[in-house]
Design a protein around this ligand. Structure first.
Ligand SMILES: NC(=O)c1ccc[n+]([C@@H]2O[C@H](COP(=O)([O-])OP(=O)(O)OC[C@H]3O[C@@H](n4cnc5c(N)ncnc54)[C@H](OP(=O)(O)O)[C@@H]3O)[C@@H](O)[C@H]2O)c1
Length: 231
């Protein structure tokens, strides 16, 4: 059955690969892009998709962005795939790095979810958060990103309990290192050579996400951890 999916992060990496698979199977997409230029790119790549401009680094603008958009009355799933990472030790991490990661990775997913929940409830739909291994264990240099993703797990767990009575299912997917532009940037920040073949293919993460989205309603995948397989 055709579904209506609201997706962040469809311009790159995991979100882009997911948008491609959903579009290819005929689902209706509402793509959240950071600015008009990126929305135009998304509209060109995914004809038929609705685009909506919201800069997730500025959660205070989301309410007005949604009010200005023509949104569907029912939403089968929101997939929060957008994210940013900025590594550094707590001793040196500037305020802006904390703010941007918490805004994009945690506060905006909460704000977007809040405003879209009536449409998700109307569809007895799903909310899926793309988290990270860093949402379960925080290592040196990963404090801000890890805090944002630990917070995202808390958001998902609380939301799952709150929304069960509305028939809304909530899933967190925790990918390990995945070969995307974000992972290339992480390697740059770590001062390491980047070999995409060493890491998970974004398509494999997408297969995990689709498994959760497509699961029959008698069950929910609450947490799905996806690690690089043995090579
Ligand atoms: N790659 C990994 O190893 C890995 C591992 C675990 C978890 N994850 C998580 O998986 C998700 C997808 O990551 P990825 O690797 O696919 O990253 P990516 O290739 O860098 O893509 C990130 C997406 O987020 C969007 N985004 C960033 N800031 C935004 C903002 N202010 N407003 C709106 N959109 C914004 C980007 O928009 P633009 O296209 O406009 O730049 C891009 O489409 C993230 O939540 C990430 O934390 C990734």
């Amino acid at each position: 059955m055709t579904q209506t999916i609201v997706l962040t992060g469809a311009g790159s990496g995991i979100g882009r690969a997911l948008a491609r698979r959903l579009a290819d199977r005929g689902d209706r997409l509402v793509l959240v892009a950071r600015d008009a230029g990126r929305a135009a790119d998304a509209a060109q790549e995914f004809p038929g998709a609705t685009t909506l401009v919201a800069d997730l680094a500025r959660p205070e603008t989301i309410e007005a962005a949604l009010a200005a958009a023509e949104l569907p009355a029912t939403v089968d799933a929101i997939v929060h795939a957008a994210g940013v990472v900025d590594l550094g030790p707590v001793a040196a991490l500037p305020l802006a790095a904390w703010t941007s990661q918490l805004n994009v990775n945690l506060i905006s997913p909460a704000e977007l979810t809040r405003h879209l929940l009536p449409a998700v409830r109307a569809a007895r739909g799903q909310v899926l958060f793309v988290n990270s291994g860093a949402g379960v264990a925080a290592h040196p240099d990963w404090a801000a990103y890890g805090a944002s993703k630990h917070g995202l797990k808390a958001l998902a767990d609380a939301l799952r309990g709150e929304e069960a009575r509305h028939g809304v299912r909530v899933t967190t997917v925790y990918p390990g290192r995945t070969a995307t532009p974000m992972q290339a940037r992480v390697h740059e920040q770590e001062g390491r050579d980047y070999e995409p073949d060493a890491w998970i293919d974004a398509e494999s993460v997408v297969t995990g996400i689709l498994t959760a989205l497509d699961l029959p309603r008698d069950a929910v995948i609450t947490d799905l951890s996806i690690k690089p397989g043995p090579r």
